[in-house]
Ligand binder design. Sequence first.
Ligand SMILES: [Zn+2]
Length: 168
Amino acid sequence: MNSDNNNNDQHFMQRAFELAQQAEQLDEIPVGAVVVYQGEIIGEGFNQSILLNDPSAHAEMIAIRQAGKHLNNYRLLDCTLYVTLEPCPMCAGLLVHSRVKRLVYASPDLKTGAAGSAFNLVDSSQLNHQLVVNNGIMAEQCSELLSGFFKRRRAEKKSNKKLILNKK
Ligand SMILES: [Zn+2]
């Protein structure tokens, strides 16, 4: 049973990883998420904040909106959300509101993660819903995708600056 669960987790995190790669191709911070209900993906998303001019367009937000439409319900009871990076406070709050049962994330976000790293909103007795949380599946791949992205972006900014300076 347990190893079945692990296999499934690996499978769904792989899909979240592919979505994160799609975000990267669009120059968005590479984070991907899927919502799973009864062994089936019912919502998918990747970061699109820049593309949509929408600071709330995080991967989790998009996946959960899609899942709610699919279930025709604003509560995502018995669903699991897989995401490649530990959710931020906004998305962790959304997970509580949506009553998602379980959260599985790959890499921790030590600076702003709200599922135990910097804050813990998903398992707080002050809120009216707590999630089961698992982490670490595909953590290395997912954090490498992120750190590679930021490294490249820093290098691009630097070379842009040089171009501007050279023109003066
Ligand atoms: Zn978020």
